[in-house]
Design a binder for this molecule. Structure first.
Ligand code: UDP
Length: 312
């Protein structure tokens, strides 16, 4: 029987990971300081024998009694408005938090997978983004707190791998969506769904010509599961390469709710907002035999069903 620690367990991705590893038969230890996570995402697990939960901030020393075979580090504010509101916490969880968890992995002889991000590529000058692109990040811009924390996280993870022989995995996660995203987290997809359901203006930033590539959460979780069990320690992009403009995303979501009285309105583009983003997933295809299976129509429809239950 394997035991796994998942940080950020009450968040969007963390809670889906808890479910997946629990279903696979693991003993799951969830950890979260509930800064942006919500216990409602994991409350169904509390009555399960193989699940335990620690309310703890991983930026402080992390203590978990007993053996740990695996650690997944998914704790962090992850939406641009969250990390703008919580710049210091964002830097600390990516740096101090990662250091603590690597130390724990070393002591427990656990394999550790850390959640990195397409933000390490910044406003990319290479398109689509391959793992060997080093990125174009403004360290002192508003997004720098997240981007640089994640870049430091990758560096210290690699250092623990080479200097201490810790078994490490690095996933670079591109835009992901699905049930349990917070409707108010400020990201485009939940914002557009919430606004369309409430007949509010749909806030497109800039002229909406910037692009993103959206991956349904189940596909992402499968990619992470495979990466954890691979023997590959360099970074791997996991995302859906189907790219669309933000305006097109807004129009698609609005069209799914024909009764909505919402209209698109245009707001200023935030500073350093990446103009394009699309993962090159050749590495994941080759090493993990992974590729996304859920198309956007299906994924958006499952996600909208969820938002209909939570948007009042
Ligand atoms: N965006 C938007 N309206 C919103 C929220 C976001 O037009 O209400 C834009 C944002 O400027 C960016 C894109 O949508 O160009 C995706 O933003 P998101 O916050 O979802 O994540 P990012 O990919 O920038 O991390």
């Amino acid at each position: 029987m394997s035991r796994i620690l998942i940080t950020g367990a009450a968040g969007f991705l963390g809670s889906h990971l808890c479910d997946r590893f629990y279903e696979e038969g693991y003993d799951v230890v969830g950890m979260d300081n509930l800064l942006t996570g919500s216990l409602t995402n994991i409350e169904h697990l509390f009555k399960q024998k193989r699940f335990e939960f620690y309310h703890h901030d991983v930026s402080k020393f992390v203590h978990v009694p007993g053996p740990l075979d695996f650690i997944l580090h998914f704790a962090s504010p992850a939406s641009p408005i969250d990390y703008l509101k919580m710049p210091i916490q964002t830097l600390k969880v990516g740096s101090l938090g990662t250091h603590n968890l690597l130390g724990l992995a070393r002591v427990k002889k656990s394999r550790i997978l850390i959640a990195s991000t397409s933000e390490v590529y910044g406003d990319p000058l290479v398109h689509p983004q391959t793992e060997d692109y080093w990125g174009n990040v403004n360290p002192v811009g508003p997004r720098g707190v997240y981007d640089e924390a994640k870049r430091f996280q990758e560096a210290i993870t690699m250092a623990y791998h080479t200097a201490h022989g810790v078994e490490t995995r690095i996933v670079r996660i591109f835009n992901t969506y699905g049930p349990r995203m917070r409707v108010e987290d400020g990201r485009a997809l939940p914002a557009f769904m919430g606004q369309s359901l409430r007949n509010q203006d749909i806030t497109v930033f800039g002229d909406g010509s910037q692009t993103r590539s959206f991956c349904y959460v189940d596909d992402l979780i499968e990619g992470i599961f495979r990466l954890l069990h691979s023997d590959y320690s360099d970074p791997v992009n996991i995302g859906n390469p189907t790219e669309i403009t933000i305006k097109q995303l807004a129009e698609e979501i609005l069209a799914m709710i024909p009764e909505s009285k919402s209209n698109l309105v245009y707001k200023p583009l935030p500073l350093d907002d990446p103009k394009v983003r699309q993962p090159d997933i050749s590495r994941a295809k080759e090493i993990l035999e992974w590729q996304p299976l859920v198309d956007r129509k299906e994924g958006l429809s499952r996600t909208l069903d969820y938002f209909k239950t939570v948007v009042k």
